[in-house]
Design a protein around this ligand. Structure first.
Ligand code: PRP
Length: 190
């Protein structure tokens, strides 16, 4: 089977094109560069979903930045639902005490992952902690979170691509698309 045909044909609709994403990332990069002009900034990418966004955003920022990577995953839940219990698979590699830190996320859905992460990182005594997310899906929010930089507010649809996965696939799509419901309906949870 031609894997490329399967990859794209599982997508019902393109929600955000590659160009729309690139334009937004440039805007966010310019805003962040201006806001942190005189302050050394540390970007903390939350893997794996934020990988393409982080790679593009850091290059759209034209002030000096440090980067660090965390990987978290939620315990239990299903492939399409977050459980709120977060496991740290990879922690920061350097101290953020006294640093201005910007968390870089691909999507905020229930907010449970970020809620945990904010409390965890505040405990490491940064000078400031802000949030940048490419996508915000407010319809599913369970905890209130202040987002400082948001790329796109999206409807309550299951999206994949540009880092976002279903069953660890589709992350390599260059756009964000809505997955065909038949791809995930009836699939085993986990
Ligand atoms: C995704 C995303 C956020 C979280 C958002 O990560 O990157 O971290 O879910 O969901 P929430 O707001 O409902 O908590 P996921 O756990 O799927 O891991 P991944 O980034 O490796 O795909």
């Amino acid at each position: 089977m031609n894997q490329s045909i399967t990859l794209h044909s599982d997508v019902a609709q393109i929600l955000l094109t590659e160009d729309e994403i690139a334009t937004k990332v440039r805007e966010l990069g310019a805003r962040i560069s201006s806001d942190y002009r005189d302050r050394p900034l540390t970007l903390v990418s939350v893997l794996k979903g934020s990988l393409p966004f982080m790679a593009d955003l850091m290059r759209a920022i034209d002030i000096p930045v440090r980067i660090d990577l965390m990987e978290v995953s939620s315990y239990g839940g299903s492939s399409t639902e977050s459980s709120g219990l977060v496991r740290i698979l990879k922690d920061l590699s350097a101290s953020i005490v006294g640093e201005d830190v910007l968390i870089v996320e691909d999507i905020i859905d229930t907010g449970l992952t970020l809620n945990y992460l904010i409390r965890y990182l505040r405990g490491k005594a940064p000078a400031s902690l802000r949030i940048c997310t490419l996508l915000d899906k407010p319809a599913r929010r369970l905890v209130e979170i202040k987002l400082d930089y948001t790329g796109f507010t999206i409807p309550d649809q299951f999206v994949v691509g540009y880092g976002l996965d279903y069953g660890e696939l589709y992350r390599n799509l260059r756009y964000v698309g809505v997955l065909r419901p038949e791809v995930y309906s009836g699939a085993p949870e986990g």
